[in-house]
Design a protein around this ligand. Sequence first.
Ligand code: ADP
Length: 302
Amino acid sequence: EVLVIGSFMMDLVFKSSRAPKDGETVIGESFKRYPGGKGANQAVAAQQLGASVTMAGKLGADLYGEEILKVLHQKQINTGKIIIDSNETTGVASINVDAKGNNRITIVPGANHAFTENDLLKIKNMLFKHKVLVLQMELNLNVTFKAVELAHEVGIPVILNPAPAAIIPEKVLSKITYLTPNESEVELLTGLKIFDIEDAYQAGEILINKGVKNVIITLGSKGAVIVNEELKEFVPGFKVKAIDTVAAGDTFNGALAMKISKEIELEKCVQFANASAALSVTKDGAIPSIPTESEVQNFLLK
Ligand code: ADP
């Protein structure tokens, strides 16, 4: 009942004591490969937390694409609408991490950016079969914005996670049911720096005035705020021992989508999303750190 239209990425993580300089070669200590991409991460989160998820997007005809597809199958995500493009490479991110933990990242979107408006129109007629559409901004922006428009036309709610951050035109904002920026993304969207909850309320209000139905701003370990026409509410986060915050936002969005697809009251959805995301920061990695529905339920009982 959840449809994710989004990105796939193979993260290639190189660890070396220091990053190479121009023209230099350094010998690294380790290399690891992690399937992900914001779209895939959010799809896995929603599915693993209790939704039945269909994912659409584009992979290259290569080993990374096969590997990502295998992960999605293992998670029992419906992959029937994923296009394999033999002219493209699967999206990759080369991530160099030095001893201090500093990153240098090169992303090649590849097949993700080859997912066109035409590809989108081919799945238009399946939109209405879903309870909610989940989007991020790792596909071409024009495609993402068109998807918002189509969902609005059909009358299904849209969650847009505006990551990586970019300006969103007002005519698109006014068609978004749930917008889920983090602090830096909401700053780019509103020009407001977020230091406290009051700032988040104000930023939310700016976006509501531009026509967004519900703004949910994630505030890291603090939790999240909900702003809409009726309310401004702070939903506190959960205290955990943070190991690795990669994919916290993706877990939050997937969890939110799962709950929204079951037509649960928004405050409860955000509580569950906070709990799911908190659990994800207690584990390393992106997809491997996403909790299951029963793990979150047990955590909430404590
Ligand atoms: P992003 O990962 O996109 O930058 P945030 O840092 O705002 O987004 O995190 C998203 C959500 O993950 C938060 O709203 C919160 O629920 C949860 N979260 C993030 N960091 C922590 C943490 N250190 N402890 C508990 N929960 C966290």
